[in-house]
Design a binder for this molecule. Structure first.
Ligand code: TRP
Length: 336
């Protein structure tokens, strides 16, 4: 039952289209590592319900959208397994077993849970499922005994719960799980078009992977820059400029030069934005081309079905080990 290659598990909540923040935070790493690691991509529909339990009607379209975005970004369905969380029962089983030994305090003090509870106004009144989503996410990661978890920076404390869960399980019942490592991307977090700390759908400050050339142009041209620059030869402060932070994220080679010219006032905001539009278009163009290919009727469904089957097979292998370790393999035990 040893794995031939190390494994990656990562994924997204299906809450709408993916944007450049997802691309910089995790998608780029997924695409880069898909050949080196055996890759499982989770479409975390149950986790979406941890905040959106009152709107399950959005799930089918959003599950399709997130899958299409991942494929368009460059994941190859011939080599990666993309699957739906709620259709892998072993993840639900593991969540229950893990929840017996993870304490409520560990979850309550988790920085990601605290921040997200604040964003959703859940401080006083959170559901059991929301508080426990890091446990369910540990099951997402450990059901396939993953080694590496590429995520955006804000998810690292949740990955920490998975590491603790693996360690604690192994201590209590015997070694079954590797301790999965979080892999943060080089771009810590992408700021929004409005200059807010984070590109986020709920803030409406995103460039989506599916945006058209015209939408990209409009969004970037109206993005906030350094308010001190009124004339194009005013010296600028790239460290506070949204567009400059995009140059750092997506145009690394050229960005020292742009920084210098901005400080001296020899490149204006309009020229700098125009260059950024070119850079983003170079990223989005191949994504758009692939999207057209994957939009073929029935293809996403077929890819999700195949990926989910592969995940279930891996899940039952893991459950065999887990049940053996936990003395809950009742009928197998009697035979031997
Ligand atoms: N929590 C992640 C997010 O909000 C999505 C997710 C669910 C995930 N299960 C995962 C990410 C397992 C990495 C590993 O984006």
């Amino acid at each position: 039952m040893n794995k031939e290659r190390k494994r990656i598990l990562t994924g997204d909540r299906p809450t709408g289209p993916l944007h450049l923040g997802h691309f910089a935070g995790s998608l780029q790493n997924r695409v880069k590592l898909q050949k080196e690691y055996e890759t499982f991509i989770i479409v975390a529909d149950v986790q979406t319900l941890s905040t959106n339990f009152d709107h399950p009607e959005h799930l089918p379209a959003d599950v399709w959208q997130v899958t299409l975005d991942n494929l368009s970004a460059g994941l190859d369905p011939e080599i990666v397994n993309i699957f739906i969380q709620s259709m892998v029962p072993q993840i639900a089983e593991l969540t229950v077993f893990f929840s017996m030994f993870i304490t409520v305090n560990r979850l309550r003090h988790n920085p990601t849970i605290k921040t997200e509870a604040g964003q959703h106004g859940f401080e006083e009144n959170m559901t059991y499922g929301f508080l426990g989503y890091p446990v369910s996410q540990a099951a997402d990661i450990l059901f396939c005994r993953a080694d590496l978890v590429p995520v955006g920076e804000d998810q690292l404390p949740v990955v920490e719960v998975s590491r603790f869960t693996a360690r604690r399980f192994n201590e209590l019942y015997g070694t079954v799980f590797p301790e999965p490592e979080g892999l943060k991307s080089e771009t810590a977090r992408l700021v929004g078009l409005d200059g807010k700390a984070k590109m986020s759908k709920s803030l409406g400050n995103c460039i989506y992977l599916r945006d058209s050339t015209e939408e990209v142009r409009k969004k970037l041209m109206s993005a906030v820059t350094d308010p001190a620059r009124i004339h194009k030869d005013d010296p600028g402060h790239p460290e506070i400029c949204t567009i400059f932070s995009y140059h750092q994220a997506f145009n690394r080679e050229e960005s020292p030069d742009i920084e210098e010219r901005c400080r001296k006032g020899t490149i204006g905001c309009v020229a700098c934005k125009k260059r950024m539009i070119q850079v983003i278009e170079e990223i989005l163009d191949p994504i758009r081309e692939r999207r057209i290919r994957f939009e073929k009727p029935g293809l996403i469904e077929e890819i999700l079905k195949t990926g989910t089957e592969a995940a279930c097979i891996e899940g039952s292998r893991t459950m065999q080990l887990v049940r053996g370790a936990m003395h809950t393999d009742y009928f197998d035990r009697r035979k031997s």
